[in-house]
Every structure is written in C-alpha cells, then in structure tokens.
Write a protein that binds this ligand. Structure first.
Ligand code: ASP
Ligand code: MG
Length: 405
C-alpha cells in the first residue's frame, strides 16, 4: 500500500466527461490498495474568466475580494470530483484549502504557505476515504481565504505531499511529461525519464512552462520527488528529483525558447559609478523583472547597457526609464520586441567543456545571429531574432544529440 498525492490540472477536469474519467483513474489507483489525496485546479479557463469578470466590474478590484472570487473555481471541481467518486461507489470528501489545514500568510492573491495541519486528511484516510483538496487556496490566521498565485494548485499538491509523507506525488497535466524541447517545434523531441529540480527550474524560467516555478522550488527545499504525467493515458511521465551524479553524463537535458521577452538598449550613457544603479533602480521601483543584462566595455567615457524585460512590461519600462536618461548623461532608449531567448540547460555543463562552442557553432551553421549571451552554471541563453527561433531550437536540439537520448 502506498500513499499517493495526485494533482489534476485544469484541462484534466475541463468538463464533466473528463471529471468522470479522473474519478475512474482515482478509483483504479485506490482499488490497488493505495491511500489517495487528490488536489484539483479549476476547470481550464475558469480562473481567467473570473478575473475578466472582476475587471469588468471595476478596473482595480480589491485583492481580498479577488481571492473570494477566484477560490470558487477550485471549489466547483473538488465537489464534482467527490460526487463522481460517490457515483462509482468510492467514499470521498472534498475540502477547501482552509478545511484541509493549509495556513498562509496574509498576502492576498499571492499568499505563501506557512503551515499545514493534515489532521483532518489523516483521519479521513484512516477511515478509507479519498480526500479531494481545492488547489491554489488556503486560509490566513484571521480566517480569510487566500490564493497562492497563478498556477498555485501545483504548490498545494507538493506542499501537502511533505507533511503527509506521501510515497508518491503525481502532477497530472495534458502533456506526457517534460520534453527535451517543445514537441510542437522540434518533432524529434524526447520525453525525459527524469530531470533535476534545478534543470526544471531553469527550463521554466526559460520559457518552457510545465509547472509553476514556486512549486518546484518548494519541492527542492523539502525534497519532494514528483512525477509529471498525463491524465489522458497511462504512460509513465518524468520524475523530478534531486540531482544525482549520473545525471551529469548528459551535457544538455533540454532546449527552451521564450518569445515573451523584449530587448531594451540604453545607449550613450556615462561610463561612471552609479549609471547602471540608476537605470535598474528605476526598473525595480516599477516592479519590472529584468532577465539578461549585458554592458559593453565603455569607450571614451560612454557605455551601452542592454537587457531584457517581459514584453508585457515594455511600455512600463519606457515610462520608468525616460526620466532617468538625463541623470545618466542623456542616453538614448531603444526597445526591440521581435526577439526570442533560446536556452540550453543541463547539470552536465558543470563538468563538460565546449558547451558554448557547440551551441554557437550550431547557430552559426543555421545562419542565426546571436545578439546577447548570458550563462549560469547549468544554462546558456542567447537572444536571437524571433523569426529564427524555431530554426535555432532545432539546430541546438540536434547539436546536443537530444533526439538520441
Ligand atoms: N486555477 C488557478 C489558475 O488558473 C490555479 C491553478 O490552475 O493551478 O491559476
Ligand atoms: Mg492551471
């Protein structure tokens, strides 16, 4: 007998038929003699619809009321999954985040989990029930409903797996697992059997969004091993776990493309202490997340700063930077939206040389120009023309023999 936490995402519970299918899968796993705790998301699209409705009522809805509203998406699906299980003769009970003992801080719409008291869940499991928990929500010390940030159901599942000492944590979604590249772009992409937390985090921050990053960070911190797999078939998925030595044999585990960044160039600024600080202070004060940063070597006392920001923030970035241009010597501002960030990720980079050379040669052979480069211990990212994103992804994938994994 094993104790399993399963999370079903929005597409897996997207309509009544799918909810019934999920119930059958839960029954199947329970009939094998397992204890099952299920976390569900809202039906796909529901959270977005609720946000749109709130904004139609007032442009700046109160965050407390947003949580009140958004939490209902998951409350619909937990009740329906429980009812579907009852229909199959399986004892089951649904809980809101608060009822499940998930306590958060006071920050509405992006609360952090502070403590979990799994006593009620434990009691129900002992009584032979399947427990269905609403993902993405908790309760704060004042009894107010909070939500955990978009995609937060993943976090609920991973956070519950730790205190419940689950033997397995399964994240069910609409893809078969984590791939070496987006299979829609790179036809030869392969499903990975396993991947380390760090690789998964780097891939997520590089534009391949399988899961909410916060939940992967949480899993890493608490050592929760989990599997990403599809709810539409019984194929094994991808195991996400702590890095182990043999993982380093593979130099590059995945290629990701992010088309949601824009490139900002602040040129002709004074090459003196404080210039960069002023530019990035202005961006920070506007809550803009800066990703890659490159500063050229100053010449004749003049320097250029180039960096990337989310495309949705380009207007905000322009507004934030214009007033500081004078302060840094009257530089010019240029914004390019037609870029893509291509990243190759792998823990094997720590112990292999020549990774950058291989990537740059592959791009050169594909006639793709590199505009910016940044690296971390396990990642190399380049900014290229968006029109070449797919060609570049295929070239990089082939260069690191990812189709032969
Ligand atoms: N329903 C929430 C969202 O769409 C949480 C989740 O799906 O994980 O962000
Ligand atoms: Mg979701």
């Amino acid at each position: 007998m094993a104790r399993i936490v399963q999370k079903y995402g929005g597409t897996s519970v997207g309509d009544v038929e799918r909810i019934k299918k999920v119930a059958e899968r839960i029954k199947f796993n329970r009939d094998e003699g397992n204890e099952i705790v299920v976390v569900v998301s809202a039906r796909a699209g529901v959270t977005n619809e609720l946000i749109a409705r709130a904004k139609a009522v007032t442009p700046h809805p109160s965050e407390r009321e947003m949580d009140m509203l958004l939490s209902i998406g998951e409350q619909e699906t937990i009740a329906l999954v429980a009812m579907a299980l009852h229909g199959l003769g399986v004892p089951a009970v649904s809980y809101t985040g608060g009822q499940a003992g998930i306590f958060t801080d006071k920050v509405h719409t992006r609360a952090k989990i502070q403590a979990i008291n799994p006593a009620s869940i434990e009691k129900d499991l002992k009584a032979g029930k399947v427990v269905i928990v609403a993902g993405f929500q908790g309760v704060n010390a004042e009894g107010q409903i909070t939500t955990l940030g978009r995609g937060g159901s993943d976090l609920t599942a991973i956070a519950l797996a730790a205190p419940l000492k689950a033997d397995k944590c399964e994240i069910y979604t609409d893809v078969d697992g984590v791939y070496t590249a987006d299979p829609r772009v790179v036809k030869t992409a392969k499903k990975l059997t396993e991947i380390s937390y760090d690789e998964m985090l780097e891939l997520a921050s590089s534009g391949s969004k399988v899961m909410q990053s916060r939940s992967v960070e949480f899993a890493k911190k608490f050592g929760v091993v989990f599997e990403v797999r599809s709810s539409f078939n019984y194929n094994p998925g991808t195991i996400v776990k702590e890095e182990v030595a043999y993982m380093e044999k593979v130099v590059v585990r995945g290629v990701a493309v992010d088309k949601d960044q824009a490139k900002v160039i602040v040129s002709n600024i004074l090459d003196k202490p404080g210039s960069a600080a002023k530019v990035f202070r202005a961006l920070a004060d506007a809550s803009i997340i800066v990703d890659m940063i490159v500063q050229n070597v100053g010449r004749n006392g003049i320097a250029n700063l180039t960096f990337t920001v989310p495309q949705t923030d380009t207007h905000k970035a322009q507004k934030a930077l214009e007033p500081v241009l004078d302060e840094v010597g009257g530089g010019q501002l240029a914004i390019h939206e037609g870029i893509a960030k291509l990243s190759v990720v792998g823990v094997g980079m720590k112990t292999h040389s020549g990774v950058a050379a291989t990537l740059f040669q592959a791009l050169a052979d594909a006639n793709v120009n590199i505009e910016l480069i940044t690296t971390s211990e396990i990642k190399i990212s380049v900014v290229i023309d968006q029109a070449h994103a797919e060609t570049a992804a295929r070239a990089a994938h082939a260069a690191f023999q990812l189709d032969q994994l």
